[in-house]
Design a protein around this ligand. Structure first.
Ligand code: ADP
Ligand code: MG
Length: 455
């Protein structure tokens, strides 16, 4: 094998890992010879070596083999410090009790995670529920003077937090290559920290993280309850804020609502800009679907989608965008396999499971609210002790609906109605069933309530 072979493999790698990953991880590798099936590379730091072997090791071996090199293992060596090679198997690397302390590197490596090239601002669809988060992300992506610190993005799963953070990283890397941008999950932050503790180079860890210009930590709720990691995160955070470096954090809920997170951290997280991504609405979901269809057109030629299919999906799948995307992928793959037009029928057949799973679930609380609104009574009377007919009857109807529309058991329903016994609920269900066939007003009310609850 020659340097030429490696040159060709590198070109192949651009295609398979993407330009961005390539520049961060593959380009820094220097081919250093092949012996007894082991390809040796020089890497600037152990971190890069570890990361590459874990994430791209197999691909590199495959590419080398298909260019005719006889390789079954790769090894990375950090020049200058004479540390032990990083084996291609990451697990082995983790089990090594201690890597000899390295001299401090002037060009410290950036301990971030690779950026997903699909997650750009171009592919992010903006709607009412996410417009503020999007605008704030755009602002920090300009890389100008820091106007709010940190930017704290929060929202439920699959609403685009990670997408926005990658988009920021992506744009900064392109427009401001002078800035050192680090994106990683809180889990990876913890992992790096624990590893530094084990390898006894926490000084290096601290310096590394404190030398970045933009730090993004995704899913920070993960460090709640992990005391020493929280502590370290807090210090890193403060050091960067003091130097006016931009920090971007995401979590699945607001800072104040993260359990087991230290108060001082909560309050620091709140002092920047806190924006939430709201659950998607119909328009946003439809917009996302339309955009995905455009992206798919290149992949599946000649695919026809009947009118109303996207609207149907946007209406029915309201859980999160990831599920929406998954449904569309499945639908396209299915339609192109059987070579049929995507009609509403085909959609319903193909996605039966997904559609059933995302059917809206009615809660007992919603039922109580709807019923008390309908009969103009106070919500608190639903769970209170009053026994007057004008209150007791609607309460019984709510219990009946809870039994019909939710999967709660009688004792569970009883508990939600101010801790009543399950026999009370049973009695209510029987009573309303009787009234239903004798009292047309009650039958009508039940119908109306049920329809509005299921809408
Ligand atoms: P989160 O990190 O909030 O759980 P992600 O950012 O991983 O969610 O988003 C889940 C998936 O949905 C990703 O594939 C992402 O590209 C997509 N997605 C979410 N919101 C949007 C949006 N507004 N426009 C386009 N794609 C989106
Ligand atoms: Mg995420």
């Amino acid at each position: 094998m020659t340097d030429d072979t490696w040159g060709r493999v590198r070109e192949d790698m651009i295609k398979s890992v993407g330009k961005n990953n390539y520049l961060t991880w593959i380009e820094p590798l220097e081919f250093d010879g092949l012996q007894n099936g082991v390809a040796q590379f020089k890497v600037p730091t152990n971190f890069i070596g570890n990361w590459v072997s874990r994430n791209f090791g197999d691909q590199i071996i495959q590419h080398l083999e298909s260019s005719g090199a006889d390789v079954d293992r790769i090894e990375f060596n950090v020049p200058r410090c004479g540390t032990s090679p990083v084996p291609a198997d990451a697990k082995v690397a983790q089990q090594q009790p201690k890597v000899p302390a390295k001299p401090r590197e002037t060009q410290a490596d950036v301990p971030g995670a690779p950026i997903d090239r699909r997650f750009t601002f171009d592919t992010f669809v903006v709607g009412k529920p996410n417009e503020l988060a999007h605008a704030a992300a755009r602002r920090v992506a300009e890389g100008g003077p820091v106007s709010f610190n940190p930017l704290f993005l929060y929202g439920g799963v699959g609403l685009g937090k990670t997408h926005l953070m990658h988009a920021i990283a992506w744009q900064l890397q392109n427009d401001r290559p002078d800035l050192r941008v680090v994106y990683l999950s809180a889990e990876q932050f913890m992992y790096r920290f624990v590893q530094a503790l084990r390898e006894r180079n926490t000084m290096e860890f601290k310096e590394l993280f404190r030398s970045v210009d933009v730090l993004m930590v995704d899913d920070v709720q993960f460090i709640a309850g992990k005391d020493s990691t929280q502590e370290e995160f807090f210090h890193t955070f403060n050091a960067l804020v003091d130097q006016h470096k931009q920090i971007i954090i995401s979590a699945d809920r607001a800072p104040g609502e993260i359990k087991d997170l230290e108060e001082r951290i909560k309050s620091r997280l709140q002092c920047g800009l806190v924006v939430d991504l709201h659950p998607t609405d119909y328009e946003l979901r439809l917009g996302i679907l339309q955009q995905k269809v455009e992206q798919y057109r290149g992949l599946y030629r000649g695919l026809v989608i009947a009118d109303g299919v996207l609207e149907f999906l946007a209406h029915r799948i309201s859980t999160n965008v990831r599920v929406l995307e998954g449904a569309l992928t499945k639908l396209f793959a299915f339609a192109s396999l059987v070579g049929r037009e995507i009609t509403l029928d085909l959609t319903q057949d193909c996605l039966a499971d997904t559609l059933r799973a995302s059917d809206r679930k009615v809660t007992v609380e919603e039922i109580q609210r709807k019923v008390s609104e309908h009969y103009n009574m106070r919500l608190s009377d639903m769970i209170g002790p009053k026994r007057h007919r004008t209150i007791a009857r609607p309460r019984q109807m709510a219990m009946y609906l809870a039994k019909q529309l939710t999967s709660r058991s009688l004792p569970e329903i009883g508990r939600r109605f101010g801790g009543r016994d399950h026999t009370t609920v049973m009695h209510a269900v029987k009573r309303i069933e009787e009234l239903r066939s004798t009292d047309s007003q009650i039958a009508e009310d039940l119908d109306l309530l049920r329809r509005s609850l299921e809408a």
